[in-house]
Design a protein around this ligand. Structure first.
Ligand code: ADP
Length: 310
């Protein structure tokens, strides 16, 4: 499958690098406002390919996206001094108006995979701008938060994260909800598993894991200015699920008709992801507290999405 990446910055290039090393895409094409940057990223990644796969990596204008099955949207502008979050969002919405118009003209069949933050709001905006059915506009959402949750649980239990089934729901951000109640290891409920192997999840451990998942990005940003490898690999995972029509269950952000009293909001739930996009959604069993927190997260996102001018 040919995969387009619009926005060849840190996140876009990390996604391209992960895809190229895994050989998931037959072709990758970078497009950026800076043609020089797009070409440099394409060439640098192309030089890694002989060690790993047969992916062809190029850069070009929007016309180079013709025939792409997926286009990753990682373009965006960064915050100006004194600018509010909402003003920044407005400017990124303007970027997306231009980008989505150009992508749709060249690759009308492509599934849009949104990576630009705040990803849930940008996903909601992308659905409105593209006119595509909601299942064909997927935000990376909490795919990475879910991976961090599984990784920290796995480390505490001494179990491979891939054997941990636990999801982070709602916003990719401060209001996200760690779904503890529905978490399982293998087929065993998490708390029971933890007790059986003598590694109980005390309130203190729970708080530590919650904090580690919720605040991981802040720690990384403090150390290196931004995050890109984790999200790059997460984007590559979503592309793989679509390209191979896996019907994989992944926590990604998609327009959701109803969360409690909140209607039509993009947020993350476990979704079934394959060639048609995110075709179906699953609602894990939640405790009353978790359900309330998810509705709160949905309301926060909806309020922000309604306030953005685009
Ligand atoms: P991140 O860390 O999220 O990847 P970057 O600033 O590194 O952020 O990358 C964002 C990229 O988006 C930049 O390379 C920038 O040139 C690109 N970009 C910004 N606006 C547009 C646009 N209108 N069209 C295409 N690319 C754009």
């Amino acid at each position: 499958m040919k995969v387009g990446i619009v926005g060849a910055g840190m996140v876009g290039s990390a996604a391209g690098y992960a895809l190229a090393l895994q050989g998931t895409a037959s072709r990758i094409v970078f497009v950026d406002r800076s043609e020089k940057l797009a070409l440099a990223q394409a060439q640098d990644i192309a030089h890694a390919v002989p060690f790993a796969s047969a992916t062809q990596v190029d850069a070009g204008g929007y016309d180079a996206l013709t025939g792409a099955g997926i286009v990753i949207l990682a373009a965006g502008v960064s915050q100006k001094p004194g600018e509010t979050r909402l003003e920044l969002l407005g400017r990124n919405a303007v970027v997306f108006r231009e980008v989505i118009g150009a992508v749709r003209a060249q690759a009308p069949e492509a599934i849009l995979l949104v990576a630009t933050n705040p990803v849930d709001i940008m996903t909601q905006i992308s659905v409105a701008l593209s006119g595509l059915p909601p299942e064909r506009v997927i935000g990376s959402g909490t795919i990475l938060d879910t991976a961090r949750f599984r990784s920290l649980l796995g480390r505490h239990l001494g179990i491979a994260p891939r054997s941990v089934h636990a999801y982070v729901l709602g916003e990719h951000g401060d209001s996200e909800v760690l779904a503890w109640t529905s978490a399982r290891v293998g087929s065993v409920p998490l708390m029971s598993f933890a007790a059986q192997i003598g590694a109980p999840i005390t309130a203190e451990i729970r708080d530590r894991i919650d904090d580690g998942v919720r605040n991981a990005a802040y720690t990384i940003i403090d150390g290196k200015g931004a995050t890109w490898y984790g999200i790059g690999a997460g984007l590559a995972r979503i592309v793989a699920a679509i390209a191979a029509d896996e019907q994989a269950v992944l926590s990604v952000s998609v327009m959701t008709p109803e969360i409690g009293a909140v209607k039509d909001v993009a947020l993350s739930l476990p979704r079934i992801v394959g060639a048609r996009g995110a075709a179906a959604s699953l609602m894990p069993d939640l405790s009353p507290d978790e359900a309330t927190a998810l509705e709160r997260s949905a309301r926060l996102l909806k309020t922000t999405a309604d306030a953005v001018a685009f």
